[in-house]
Write a protein of this length. Sequence first.
Lengths: 434, 444
Amino acid sequence: MADLSTNFLGIKSPNPFWLASAPPTDKEYNVVRAFKAGWGGVVWKTLGEEGPPIVNVNGPRYGAIWGADRRLLGLNNIELITDRPLEVNLREIKQVKRDWPDRAMIVSIMVPCEEQAWKAILPHVEETGADGIELNFGCPHGMSERGMGSAVGQVPEYIEMVTRWCKQNTRMPVIVKLTPNITDIRYPARAAKKGGADAVSLINTISSITSVNLDDFSPEPSIDGKGSHGGYCGPAVKPIALNMVAEIARDPETAGLPISGIGGVTTWRDAAEFLSLGAGTVQVCTAAMTYGFKIVEEMKSGLSQYLDEKGITLDELIGRAVPNVTDWQYLNLNYVTKARIDQDACIKCGRCYAACEDTSHQAISMSPDRVFEVIDEECVACNLCVNVCPVEDCITMERLPAGTTDLRTGKTVSDDYANWTTHPNNPAAVKAAE
Amino acid sequence: MTNSPFTPGIAPARLDPAALDANFSDLHPPLDDHEALVAADRCYFCHDAPCITACPTSIDIPLFIRQIATGTPEAAAKTIFDQNILGGMCARVCPTETLCEEACVREAAEGKPVEIGRLQRYATDTLMEAGLHPYTRAPATGKKVAVVGAGPAGLACAHRLAMHGHDVTIFEAKPKGGGLNEYGIAYYKTVGGFAGAEVDWLMKIGGITMETGKALGPDLTLESLRDGFDAVFLGMGLQGVNALRANGETREGVEDAVEFIEDLRQTGDLGLLPVGRNVVVIGGGMTAIDAAVQSKLLGAETVTILYRRGRDAMPASTYEQDLAASRGVRFVFNAMPVEILGNGAVTGVRVEYTRSEGKSLTGTGETFDIPADQVLKAIGQTLEGAPEALQLAGGKIAVTGAGRTSVAGVWAGGDCASGGEDLTVTAVAEGRDAAEDIHASLMD
């Protein structure tokens, strides 16, 4: 069994699976259950400043979208930060950290954008013995309208400023949690780094309306006939999160900045993907809220088996895919593939045909007895047939070997690397060195 | 209750009323909303779907399932009825395992097809239970069409003709419409008086008059129909029953399986129906299965199906065979009755093993006896009383194209016509297509 123990900013945890700051980490009871179930760490649900507790809505807080068989694919929420008194949370954090010293205990914080507010809360958190803090600059609903959460996260200068305040006022490692509700994730990440952040974590939730009730025309979740945008998370947001993690990991200005990856991590496989794109730990919420804490068992056994099979360590996995993330202009235009259909695996549903014939390149033929075959003269290798086929590995993309002829272009396939920057059709093409 | 499965001879009330009710309840209970959504989720929405091709009425199955999945079962029902106005009954009685569900790509993928039949029932039940009839008639054409037989073929033909604005008169020999749906299909496949309710629902289109107690014969000749109507459609099914050609066929306790099933379907009290302690059913089709299973469900101690060929040759599907086996029916293959034993009443059947040589079947000479108090013959039905003017083919009314007979202005469809399997769904397709052809020729 591969060793899954993790050292992130000097914070040790038995595995890289942390629970994200969210309802599952709002109180001692839940967190103790999580630790008993085997989670490596938690980011305690966001604390606010001292004073009257936060008020939540008293109707539905969550909305969802589902896939086949009502599998939950996306969840949105309009819940705010913890609505329990600060001192209760602090007392419980201290107790849990004392009882579970080997688990990572990060405390998420969101207070007004004033230095005094941060100065006031940091000593209290430090006093719990927590391993680090996470600055919630991400929450897109409710708190952002009060100048906190994503209202800060959308302004790189504020991120830098608040991060700096925190670094100046605590010895604890500072993780800055980023909102995806911006145009280019690199700017807030750079700002966090400039402010002295030890790490960034992302993504927070995406502003969203999950659905509209077609009877009363209220957005969902509906509160007395009205709805407000919520924060979207779950499996549906994973591709967005992976890209943002990768963007930060490969940005020369932030390369090497530790990342805690968040966004739709549901299985060990999702986690491994985040890790390969540079995340040092992953944070999970929706999967736990959907299936309960026990899923961490599968995550641990799966990641461990994978590392064993690959013969690599966890550290060797982290960032392994980052060098392969590039810009479109550097993609090899001499990489020529064609779709291939495994006739033995084919169940003859014809979805590849409908997709290609109706919406793509008319590159799949259909015989009267429902044999579907790729027409190499037309196939641009778009991959849509692969994507719509209900049988895994029935349709695959196979590379044409060098020397063969691409029947679509009539050109001989070359194994030389050639990209857009040198392509004759590119007016800005760089002439190859003589 | 004094009788039991062990009571000798033929006796009623072998089981108590509660057991009978349970035995004759819905074979496939309807899907509830949740089950329907789960089942509908499994459909891949195939291109030019194989299930559509496999359906004799070519229902757009992927479309109706998608309509269920998106919460519009009424629209799904309309999609079904557009092609098959008896889609409610077909959802119950179609051998889907040899039609749409056999062709389903998920049968190929996982050996577990989408439950098309049950989804179809979910959709059609939703619309029919709401009392909605989604069709209206085109402006009256002034044309009159006679339909003989109110079975699936006749009803489908009449409905389509009425929709096109023609006036239809159905002549039906029996007291009720529905044909085999009403009289000939196993009780547990169409519970709750569905067959009759479906006829009433279908008639809501308007423009259809049904005259019961009228069959082709001296009082109702084809000539008179041709004189009195602009077109005639014959869909009277098969009234004759093949003879066993075994000694002792006339003994007391030997009965046609279709009559046994008809009695069962028409009884108001299953407890009054007599059934043998030991029942032997002779034949290999759906009628044999329906008769055997229901005999067992009525409380017969032993029920044996005797089929002269091997299991592979049996017309009843594997699914139907398994259903019978699961209810305790025993199958004896490659065996034929040579004598019905007894002295007045039946006491047993003498059976001889058979050997197939190509298409011919010969006895091996080895015989054995099966005790029997009741023998049900299910060895096929034949056309009786077809008007002489009509050419026949293979013992049925010869038809070409969309049910055109050898006589101008006369169409035929369903079991009485040549071609196609003798299934409700096939009869519906033939009736519908003949109606379109009649309409085209009347409006020419």
